[in-house]
Design a protein around this ligand. Sequence first.
Ligand SMILES: [Zn+2]
Ligand SMILES: [Zn+2]
Length: 321
Amino acid sequence: MVKCSFCDKPAVYVNRVNNTAYCRTHFIEYFERKVKKTIRKYRMLGKNEHIIVAVSGGKDSLSLLYFLWKLSRKNPGWRVSALLIDEGIKGYREYTIMNFLRVNERLGVPYRIASFKEYIGMTLDEIVEEGRRRGLPYLPCAYCGVFRRYLLNKVAREMGGTVLATAHNMDDMVQTFLMNLAKDTLERLARLAPVTGVASHEKFVKRIKPFIEVSEKETTIYALLNGLIQPEYYKCPYAEFNIRFKIRRMINELEEAQPGTKNGLLNSMLETVRLLAGSRKVEEEIKTCRICGEPSSHDVCRACQFRIELGLLEKPVFRLE
Ligand SMILES: [Zn+2]
Ligand SMILES: [Zn+2]
């Protein structure tokens, strides 16, 4: 039995980067201290905030919801609500929604469930089918990512949120970093900053990533210790189409062989984002979509473009001004 480095209790987690073992109590203390430090370091939260937590019902987002709920009880200026996007993925999302509702019975956080069906006109399953029927070249995760980001911002704003918190952890960030390097899409790295959407468009809700410095393993243990998930996992049926899962396996192997690899990649990513900030490569001009009025980097936003291609919107004719 491995013992906690701080007391006599058995360890639930060993951090191989600094060879420190943690018991249940000391792990929770370590985890929460680390996240609070991230929040302070990047000035994620002000004195008065209505924090909208983007929840999927999985371990990371429920950990984030629980953590911010706990924090908000000691900070009278902070209010927490949850926003769950129901993409409409049969055999997957209904279980994670049930998991969220089960956890939230304990927390009592006000929440909103916004579905693709209601806002876009089709579930993701229907979108994927329609896309195939029309011979569109996109993978399921492409539609999902665009519509999710779109709805998170729009509905968080409708809910009166001052800040939108997402549960991206260190592993997610490092995977996305490598994916962008591999695809030569450095201009997308700006999205990986710990805080985004500040004052770039009046309709953008400020976005924060409080879990950017904790690993997936750590958020999983935090979720399990706080009774936020059952040990069985539901896997998205579209995951196999995404290169992310090959990259994830590769990074985990590297971390196993050389602990600290993920930390190194994360720091390289943060430094790259910082160096690129303000350069022509990443500085997109934020416009307003001429169809839906949401912030967009093009005249017509990506969500509206997809809707046109899927036959959910008529192709508009613009008069030249
Ligand atoms: Zn201990
Ligand atoms: Zn639009």
